[in-house]
Design a binder for this molecule. Structure first.
Ligand SMILES: Nc1ncnc2c1ncn2[C@@H]1O[C@H](COP(=O)(O)OP(=O)(O)OP(=O)(O)O)[C@@H](O)[C@H]1O
Ligand SMILES: [Mg+2]
Length: 377
């Protein structure tokens, strides 16, 4: 079985492993499939009987191999063991590249034209972000065609706007990153790093450590890195929209990679991004302001321009706070609000000039300039 066939079996929305893995995690998904297979062939519906001990690999492995081979064909098991799972998202499965643990393959099932367009946009945006060092580098994109095989997809192919008779699996080979999630979450990652700085002093407990200065320094660096990375994307008009409720709510730590040693931050999953043509939006906004005829005015440009500026302001403010410049951060926001909340119409040109000044401060700031910052503000 080759790679193309393997992905076809794995991603099949009807009975592929992806479907179960997505719902319950790879291991539980696999066991569910194997368990159901044996219940079925032994005609033991509803008996609740266990046919194997999943903890007992010696017993389980041959049964698993038999089930998977029967379900997905000869050679599947071999491929299944070679393509180590890293993550499963809404539209794709991510594997470690066989033979190269420093790269991953993200496989997306694209069964409609809009999914394909979406996939192409994701890759174009990630390439742009990678040029700025904010995304893992893409080495290769391969489109593997397949034929529709489940009724739902066949039906969709008749839609004359979005349907296609040429669905594909899009395989993106990119550098592997170490997500915050994979490092145990932000606090754990920073705690581990602080412990390591202390040369791993044994018996030293983590208890209360988030209240200590070393932790809060690392936390400030993390926040500065977050602000810098997002602002770097914004320099190209890019906004990653799936990083969670940063800075105060739950973060999508599975979309953020960070190295506390180097303070390098990167994001993944550029399927969730917006791109703004900010110069054009500002230009149209200004033209709009000069229009006499109210009915000709369109607020879309102004809204987009302001939304984009808000995003930058949030990051500048966070960056300033990480630098211990709380008063500056407040004053900055206040001045920005004065330009954007004016009853006579917002002055986005001045707001933009202010944001550019703030952006420059964050760009020039070094990680050695941070001040302790606690988790809860
Ligand atoms: N380059 C990478 N290095 C390491 N892990 C990765 C990489 N790319 C993806 N992953 C892992 O795989 C998971 C799924 O990837 P990703 O978020 O890109 O997929 P998705 O299908 O677009 O997800 P979503 O459900 O958010 O749309 C990630 O959350 C992450 O844990
Ligand atoms: Mg994702």
């Amino acid at each position: 079985m080759n790679e193309e066939e393997f992905f076809r079996k794995y991603m099949n929305p009807d009975d592929g492993i992806y479907r179960s893995a997505r719902l319950m995690g790879r291991m539980a998904g696999e066991r569910d499939i194997v368990g159901n297979y044996f219940k079925r062939i032994r005609n033991a519906k509803g008996s609740g009987e266990d046919f194997y001990l999943p903890e007992n690999t010696k017993e389980y492995k041959p049964m698993r191999d038999e089930a998977l081979t029967d379900l997905y064909g000869k050679g599947f098991v071999d491929m299944y063991d070679r393509y180590k799972p890293i993550g499963e998202g809404a539209y794709g499965a991510v594997f470690e590249k066989p033979g190269d643990s420093q790269r991953v393959l993200k496989v997306q099932r694209q069964d409609t034209l809009d999914r394909q367009k979406f996939g192409d946009t994701e890759i174009a945006r990630q390439k742009e972000a990678a040029e700025m060092g904010v995304a893992p580098k893409i080495h290769q994109v391969t489109n593997l065609p397949y034929k529709h095989e489940v009724p739902m997809e066949i039906l969709r192919s008749f839609d004359n706007r979005y349907g296609t008779t040429d669905p594909r699996h899009q395989v993106t080979e990119m550098d592997r990153v170490n997500t915050v999630d994979a490092q145990g979450g932000k606090s754990q990652m920073l705690l581990d790093y602080v412990q390591k700085l202390k040369k791993g002093g044994k018996g030293y407990s983590n208890y209360g450590i988030t209240d200590t200065e070393p932790y809060q320094i690392e936390n400030a660096k993390y926040n500065l890195a977050m602000a810098k990375a997002q602002l770097r994307l914004a320099d190209r008009g890019l906004v990653h929209t799936d990083l969670g409720q940063y800075p105060y709510g739950d973060a999508r730590e599975d979309h953020v990679a960070y190295n506390p040693n180097t303070n390098k931050m990167q994001f993944i999953d550029y399927g969730h991004t917006e791109k703004y043509n900010h110069a054009e939006n500002l230009h149209q906004h200004t033209k709009n302001l000069n229009l006499r005829n109210e009915e000709l005015k369109s607020f879309k440009y102004s809204d987009d321009a302001e939304h984009f500026l808000d995003h930058k302001v949030a990051n500048i403010q966070r960056g300033l706070e990480a630098l211990g410049k709380r008063d500056d951060a407040k004053a900055f926001r206040k001045e920005y609000r004065e330009y954007t909340d004016r009853p006579m119409g917002e002055d986005l040109v001045r707001a933009d000039a202010l944001v550019n000044k703030g952006r420059k401060i964050i760009r020039l700031a070094g990680f050695n300039q941070v001040q302790p910052m606690s988790d809860v503000e």
